[in-house]
Design a protein. Structure first.
Lengths: 244, 244
DNA sequence: AAGTGGTCTAGACCACATC
DNA sequence: ATGTGGTCTAGACCACTTA
């Protein structure tokens, strides 16, 4: 027993998705033309057209102007990992968050950092190192660089109370970015800051994010032991959005 | 200088996206009604309606029947990690793939596995352990369980030549799944199979995937050292697709 | 009751692909 | 030349929200 909006559009759409889902129509197979579906469902062309267009936009069909409509190739799979505010994440585990601010200052960019941010060497960058703790136990090391043009308030922020993540999220929206995750042996300094044993493997995440104007921030996140877990959801790859 | 399809629809759409992107219209702000946009652009209602509907489906607007249209809250960010066939991944690095098949048999499910697969205890499951190698050097340990009802050919497959990933991908499509990534110290057995030093941290991925009929496969993937890196892309979260 | 969005029709003209 | 999809119009009736 399912919800059934049972509009004409949804019946046409369900009919096509059923055929694809059951394997009756396979990738590359021709789908009935708009004219054929108009007749089969006694629908107007606008109705049929927008159903097909929507299914194409959702990645199930591939339409070619003048040629016809076929079943699209199955999308590859991806895992999605959500980005969370570290403070909310710790509190969601039922723990109290606190933070030790190790570094919070402006300093000139090194050559490598200047390349990463696509700015001139020696350009001042905001640098912060914060240890986030759950109930007084180190949970995550955050080592972050920010282009101060993007977040002018960064020097005055109280990083023990508010995460840089949330500060960045409430400013102008980011476009996209890239991320790398590795298993690493922590350096002596990391080990000291996170208070972990020398043999403890850590999960290191390095993330760069930008707007259309340029790189905004680069962060290295380090977690140890049983905190070093990421959970994600697997789904078909989302359809590429048309550029603006 | 940009591409401009310059249809009426795309001009209306671009106008609205510009207002949102520039911050002129913020989350929660009221968007002009269909009637207002019809007048502003001298467009018919169908044209305006489908533009607004499309923007809503893409997550930029939120429409409420009878109430009106507002700018949607910004979507949270996620990182996407693509799933690759291990053989293609190794060959993409310019190395030759080979594999050592350690285990390939049917055996009864343990109590924990039966719970994972939502089948009765002692139900036969297909179990495979394969070491994937790049130029004779161990690259990834694959320890996989499969419901044999889903992949009847699993016992006869030549796992040295074809990955279980590709076998699964070419059968009926999977719906979705879940994944966990951890930094771990390998067990003695893992260390032996992957030929790594005792102190070498490893990246462990555990993945369960299912169709609407049930769990299909559970796999544990283990990589060591500089192979233990995942690269992903950051983007706004995709909009939830309506259920079928 | 008035305003708003949800759905649908029956046309029209155009652009592109294929034969 | 024919068939296909791309876009658009000018209506219509309905359902939901708000007042």
């Amino acid at each position: 027993m399912n919800e059934r909006p049972s509009t004409l559009s949804s019946r046409i759409s369900a009919h096509i998705l059923d055929r694809i889902g059951s394997g009756a129509w396979r990738a590359g197979d021709r789908v009935p033309t708009e004219a054929a579906l108009m007749e089969e469902f006694a629908a107007s062309r606008m109705t049929v057209h927008h159903v097909l267009k929507d299914l194409a936009r959702r990645g199930y069909l591939k339409r070619t102007h003048g040629a016809g409509t076929v079943v699209a190739a199955p999308r590859p799979y991806v895992t999605h990992y959500d980005h969370h505010d570290i403070i909310e994440e710790i509190e969601a585990r039922g723990a109290r968050h606190s933070a030790r601010v190790v570094v919070q200052h402006l300093r000139p960019a090194t050559a490598a950092e200047a390349a990463d941010f696509d700015v001139a060497p020696e350009t001042p960058l905001f640098h912060a190192v914060v240890i986030h703790m759950a109930e007084a136990k180190p949970f995550e090391l955050e080592d972050r660089l920010i282009d101060p043009a993007y977040l002018p308030d960064c020097l005055r922020a109280n990083l023990a109370k508010q995460s840089l993540f949330s500060l960045l999220m409430t400013s102008r929206p980011l476009r996209d970015g890239e991320e790398r995750v590795r298993a690493v042996t922590p350096s002596d300094e990391d080990r000291d800051l996170l208070d972990v044993a020398p043999t403890q493997p850590c999960l290191e995440t390095i993330r760069r994010t930008w707007t259309h104007e340029g790189v905004v921030t680069r962060v290295r996140l380090l977690r140890a032991g049983c905190d070093a877990v990421m959970s994600g959801r697997i789904a078909p790859a989302p359809v590429q959005e048309r550029a603006r």
